[in-house]
Design a protein around this ligand. Sequence first.
Ligand SMILES: *Cc1c(COP(=O)(O)O)cnc(C)c1O
Length: 461
Amino acid sequence: MPEATNPYRALPAIDRLLADERVAPLAERHGHEALVRISRAVLDEYRAEIDRAGEAPSRPPAETVADRAKALEPSLRRVINATGVVIHTNLGRAPLSAATIEAMAAVSEGYSNLEFDLDSGERGSRFSHLSELLSRVTGAEAGIAVNNNAAALLLALSALCAGRDVVISRGQLVEIGGGFRIPDVMRQSGARLVEVGTTNRTYLRDYAEAITDDAAALLRVHASNFRVVGFAEAAPLDGLAALAREHGLLLIDDLGSGALLDTRPYGLAAEPMVQDSVAAGADVTLFSGDKLLGGPQAGIAVGSADAIAAMQRHPLARAMRLDKAAIAGLAAALEHYARGDATEAIPVWRMIAAPLDRVRRRARRWARACGELGDVVDGRSMVGGGSLPGEGVETALCAVAEPPGGADAFTSALRTADPPIVARIEHDHVLLDPRTVDPSDDRRIEEALRDACAPGGPAGR
Ligand SMILES: *Cc1c(COP(=O)(O)O)cnc(C)c1O
């Protein structure tokens, strides 16, 4: 066979492949060994294809190697959330404030007094760093933070109610998501579930009639991700608190998101506030650190000093404890509330509070990047994360109307941007909401939209 047409000869030697400008720069990131391994495998595959079909795949081997190297990238990465859902569980919930990130970095860089008392020079408790601060912002006597709110609920029931009855309304036996169901958690804790009332209506007297000698607590769970409308009634929290006190029971209140600020000034319905739950007399109030609070992933319990101490002592507290970075981050996030700068500093609140005209101006710029295909339409941003279902903040959206390649191809192209951009589709329109995007990412969004709308892009193809 003449050399020029010998397909085996046309394949590069491994050294040349490794020196290719598409491959060589990847060595710094992934290591020389890994690239040698991938290059060998790719050349073997190309040779096998020549054996089989008489010619090599048309794609240059260097491109195939570069593509394979992508699989070595860390799987978890930053994305741009253009969905308009502020607290998006699939996209990592709350983005953090600059002070929160700084505090987490500061304790991660070196050593810290995580379990060391700097006054006495003796062993301290990691729970000590948050309890007083949690009291200050919620009004409760004490507080504890663990891995997430599901853990906080399991810990509260295990430490305070194991082997005894816990009375709950049938309307509150909810599934939060990801298979997290209140009845399952109760069973896991060893508490006995006593259901009262009906799906839509539960009165205080239903609880009163169900209280036995074996009862330990009344449990209220906020219906955080759905709403019952119409012929519905739930017992008021202060009534439950009085009933619990009368019978010597605890009142445990799982708020889910648990706002520390009033949501109503932003055109939203009232999300139950932690301070109100404490003031109404709940012995333990539970809420997430990374929903409306806007901090790192955590579950928080605040309440009476006795109840919180019992939770701290329980063996599960060790299994659910926070690491130093999360403690530092949560403290920094809570400080925003203590100082009164949460709405400016915490991204979740900044996004909810962003004025509509500013959001609309950004949506217009994004739409212009789409050329003919772009438009601005009215819509609603959702709070998400199990807060305020069916509620939303008025917003302006960049809409790409029926892109020729189809809405699915268009959104999938946006996901290949760096960082990937996540948009949503409604009635064959691709919608992007500036409210949930930090303005520093606008340039990236506009570039990606320009690419995706260009002739030859998925929309122009
Ligand atoms: C979200 C939620 C939880 C679970 O909180 P995580 O922090 O996700 O574990 C528990 N209860 C309610 C009512 C919730 O909304």
